[in-house]
Ligand binder design. Structure first.
Ligand SMILES: [Mg+2]
Length: 357
């Protein structure tokens, strides 16, 4: 499946001692686990400011935002990451079942069945179909209009699970379309995971984006979704709509990536292309905090924008401020995860299980 299943040896571990991973920054396992921490910490910072305006955020929290804060509209406690990270972890738990896309869908449904505090509208509608083509059906049900960021926000999981190259693009398209089948959503995800791979490979920011855009331009997502069994007889109209719109969707992804690279930000709304542009703009800054803080302070869908920024910053190897790691939790309990679990304790095993063949 991939070429990065080389785990660092555990070190300093005697009988009854916790597992401690060697510090090997060049090791892919360390890179992807660091990215999971990075996106989770960014999401948890943004939890407090989600749906607020920049003015309300400034008056409540002040002009800088360096630690977890109360005030989440969904009742997440300081340090708790939201549905974005929860769905990344659920996807990894799905891959650990070793049944591919079916395992991912089953794990996402288990997360939903446990009643999370926040669920995106299209995400809930798609998963409730309890079918591989639920995302396609939900998109069809929206009149082919819905193009939220609920696929993009969790797609780093596919890269963290160890997919690379063409398999990464294929899996990113299919996993996105489990809930978000609009070609803008699908191609935004294909771009993002290719971007993560290029950045983790050491390419400079703009060069990595250009390489990922080239891959996105060359990729046939419709064929990938057909291969994965996401289009069928009952969703022929959706297949036609996807085919008719995918060229334009690729062009819009390209335009938004380029405008983000140029420093433009249209909005931090939940529209997938707004989130993509904002994330590309923010995540090129010099430090982890400089990437994430603007996403948090701008509010609106700040947790999701921050989560995507955190994925990119993590793939770049930027270090999460150490004080943000010990308190980090996920704000939901479902099969495979407990709300009071420390992420520092459990993330390495989740990643390892998702990656193991
Ligand atoms: Mg969220």
């Amino acid at each position: 499946m991939n070429d990065v299943l080389f785990l660092p040896p555990p070190t300093g571990r005697g009988a009854g001692e916790p597992l401690v991973w060697a510090a090997m920054p060049e090791c892919p396992m360390t890179d992807v686990t660091g990215t999971l921490f990075s996106l989770a910490a960014a999401d948890a910072l943004g939890a407090a400011t989600e749906f607020k305006t920049p003015q309300a955020i400034a008056s409540r929290y002040g002009p800088i935002f360096t630690d977890y804060q109360p005030g989440s509209v969904f009742g997440f406690a300081p340090g708790e990451a939201t549905d974005d990270t929860q769905m990344v972890v659920a996807t990894l738990l799905g891959y650990a079942r070793k049944t591919g896309l079916e395992g991912v869908l089953a794990a996402l449904r288990e997360w939903l069945a446990a009643g999370p505090p926040d669920v995106g509208g299209l995400t809930g509608a798609a998963l409730r179909f309890n079918a591989m083509d639920g995302g396609v059906r939900a998109w069809q049900g929206s009149g082919f209009q819905s193009a939220g960021n609920g696929g993009l926000m969790r797609i780093a999981a596919v890269w963290i699970a160890g997919y690379r190259g063409a398999e990464l693009a294929h899996a990113s398209a299919a996993v996105t379309a489990l809930t978000h089948a609009d070609p803008r959503c699908v191609y935004a995800s294909v771009f993002l995971t290719a971007f993560l791979e290029a950045l983790a490979g050491g390419q400079p920011y703009a060069g990595a984006a250009a390489a990922a855009l080239q891959l996105t331009d060359d990729f046939d997502a419709r064929a990938a979704l057909l291969d994965a069994g996401l289009f069928g007889i009952d969703t022929r109209d959706a297949h036609t709509a996807f085919r008719d719109r995918e060229r334009q969707a690729r062009a819009e992804v390209r335009a938004r990536v380029r405008s983000g690279l140029g420093g433009k930000l249209t909005s931090q709304s939940g529209f997938v292309l707004d989130t993509l542009e904002a994330a590309v703009k923010h995540a090129g800054a010099g430090t982890w905090h400089a990437c994430v803080e603007p996403a948090v302070l701008l509010g609106d869908d700040s947790d999701t924008v921050a989560c995507v920024v955190g994925a990119v910053a993590g793939a770049r190897g930027l270090e999460v401020p150490p004080h943000l790691l010990p308190p980090l939790r996920l704000g939901h309990t479902w099969p495979g995860w407990q709300r009071d679990w420390a992420c520092t304790e459990h993330f390495p095993a989740v990643v390892q299980a998702a990656q193991a063949k």
